[in-house]
Design a protein around this ligand. Structure first.
Ligand SMILES: C[S@@+](CC[C@H](N)C(=O)[O-])C[C@H]1O[C@@H](n2cnc3c(N)ncnc32)[C@H](O)[C@@H]1O
Length: 567
């Protein structure tokens, strides 16, 4: 794993907080045609208001608008329902005026979607507030059958979990959050969903890192997608003597665990690093030592603004000594023994199935070399892409590629040009790296590891990383073939399971010793791919499987891990 110093981590978080990019979270919509309607509403809002500080007013107006649209409130703000009246009284001070728009039908949380769109990426990063798509929420709550259960979402946002849980009584649903606007929207969502009921939504503003002890109830279920990597610098660490990572999701889990009834369950959505990164050994150890982790589900893809893979975990408030944790992904289930993890170094929870583990062992049992003696470099950081990158070529400009133009084996057509004045750039690698006779380039963030070949001394921006490989007995093109092979994708996925393609991980890939003839043969096959013969990629994969002496069952396991069950 890449070691990121605390300062770097802080800097990268600071950059995100400054970010002003706005993303439409398309996966939150039930009806795709509502995406255009929301874009029109955003345009309308942009024209009518201009400043970010008005979000509270805009969202209050939209809430009241929706209540009127759903006929729970008149335009004169009159209502027969006491919870609607209380709501209007509570938020009156933010109320600007009624907007002349009609909100799209068919969504569970249209206000939450608009709220996510109005916030900058920076703001969402600060609070770790990326709302959870319904398909994931549904999957996480599918085993909750008790419709009388007391349920808490401690970081409820606009209420995606609370809205989707089946309950006989909305008084059993509790939510807390630090975000005033999200709380307001969550209340409206519950009032609208349970409009036949007279009840006050139990949604309250509370900092769950520091104030959870003020909650008096004990719960059957505590379910959430907590903030990941949010700022916890103001939290008094002495209250969490078993948790030293300072990680926001660990604080939420720790505090939630104290609010569970006997045999109550917590279901949390977490980044995959919860399972396998050393710094999170604290929370793994705490849970394994005091609770029962029933299962871990690995999800296949990520959602808007979230670049890491993620899992959900179910933890039960039950004292049980020797048990197995069920690990599931889309293709298979496996079991992993609790005591084995607890007694292991850093309590890493390996998500790799038995057969996959066995295949990886076979691969690493051979004599191999690594990329440790190679040269590595980052692409150029211009400091001002907007002005320095040009779309049109002019004499004196160089082509410059980004990560987006890196595809398997070759580069896609270049889309940008630049005046290559090294002294004007914020970060630039040595000239001889960019101008090397041949080099391999790869995307820094990618679902699959993807490498392209460059022998034209091209320039790259920092969304691409550069590798000039040096392994005795293997040519650059042969190394490229291994890196792009199914087998290496499988090894990378199973060993590191990260969309960030880190040098430290690539340096652990095993390059076998092969004969000169074999090296030449693979290198010639790569030439064919570079000349446009894509069909030969399959032959390269087979050649590499043969080198590692894998049989057809083992190859099928690898293919199933990468592409799902083969029908
Ligand atoms: C990832 S979002 C999830 C929201 C919602 N549960 C969902 O899944 O759609 C995390 C939420 O945690 C809230 N949050 C951040 N820090 C918090 C804290 N200290 N106490 C309570 N909530 C917090 C954010 O405001 C945000 O709404």
């Amino acid at each position: 794993m890449e070691k990121i110093s605390k300062d770097n981590k802080r800097n990268s978080r600071a950059n995100k907080v400054m970010s002003t990019k706005i993303i439409i979270p398309k996966e939150l919509f039930n009806e795709k045609e509502n995406i255009t309607k929301v874009m029109e509403i955003l345009e309308y809002i942009k024209k009518r208001y201009n400043k970010e500080e008005k979000i509270h007013k805009i969202m209050t107006s939209l809430c009241l608008n929706l209540l009127i649209q759903k006929q729970l409130l008149t335009k004169k703000l009159e209502t027969k329902k006491s919870n609607v009246r209380n709501f209007v009284n509570e938020y009156n001070e933010y109320f600007d005026d009624l907007l002349e728009i009609s909100l799209p039908e068919g969504e569970d949380d249209i206000l939450g979607i608009i709220y996510q769109c109005l916030q900058t990426e920076g703001k969402k990063n600060e609070k770790g507030s990326y709302y959870t798509p319904k398909s994931i929420v549904k999957n996480m709550i599918k085993d909750i059958k008790n419709t009388n259960a007391l349920i808490l979402d401690p970081c409820c946002g606009t209420g995606m979990f609370l809205l989707n849980i089946k309950t006989d009584n909305p008084n059993n649903l509790y939510g807390t959050d630090i975000d005033d606007i999200a709380i307001m929207i969550c209340k409206i969502n519950l009032i609208l969903k349970y409009k036949e009921y007279e009840f006050e939504p139990k949604i309250k503003k509370l900092d769950f890192f520091t104030e959870s002890a003020s909650i008096n109830e004990q719960f059957d279920y505590i379910i959430t997608n907590p903030p990941w990597g949010a700022d916890t610098s103001k939290v008094d660490k002495s209250f969490f003597y078993e948790i030293d990572s300072g990680e926001s999701f660990s604080y939420v889990i720790y505090n939630a665990s104290k609010l569970l009834k006997e045999c109550g369950k917590m279901i949390f959505l977490l980044p995959i690093s919860f399972t396998n990164v050393k710094v999170h050994a604290d929370i793994r150890k705490y849970l394994l030592g005091n609770y029962k982790i029933n299962n871990i589900i690995i999800y296949p893809k990520n959602f808007s603004g979230v670049v890491t893979k993620f899992v959900s975990i179910e933890v039960e408030n039950r004292d049980e000594h020797n048990y197995n944790i069920l690990i599931s992904d889309t293709n298979q289930n496996s079991l992993i023994n609790k005591e084995e993890i607890l007694n292991s170094y850093s309590q890493i929870i390996s998500l790799v199935a038995e057969e996959e583990k066995r295949i990886i062992d076979i691969i690493y049992q051979r004599d191999y070399s690594t990329l440790k003696d190679s040269k590595w470099a980052l692409g150029i950081v211009t400091g001002d892409n907007k002005n320095k990158l040009k779309k049109e070529y002019k004499s004196g400009y160089d082509k410059i590629y980004t990560g987006k133009e890196i595809s398997e084996y070759s580069l896609l057509p270049c889309k940008n040009y630049i005046e290559y004045k090294r002294e004007d750039f914020q970060q630039v690698a040595p000239e001889e790296i960019y101008r090397a006779k041949e080099k391999i380039v790869y995307k820094f963030v990618s679902k699959n590891i993807t490498f392209a070949y460059d022998d034209k001394q091209e320039l790259f921006l920092n969304s691409a990383n550069i590798l000039i490989p040096n392994i005795e007995g293997l040519g650059t093109k042969t190394i490229l073939a291994f890196l792009n092979s199914e087998l290496f994708r499988f090894v990378y996925l199973k060993r590191f399971n990260d969309v960030k393609i880190l040098r430290g991980n690539l340096e652990q890939l095993p390059f076998p010793r092969i004969s000169k003839e074999k090296d030449n043969k693979i290198s010639r096959m790569v030439d064919e791919v570079l000349n446009g013969n894509n069909r030969i990629k399959e032959d390269i994969n087979d050649e590499i499987y043969t080198i590692f002496e894998l049989n057809s069952n083992e190859i099928n396991t690898i293919k199933e891990s990468l592409y799902g069950k083969i029908k």
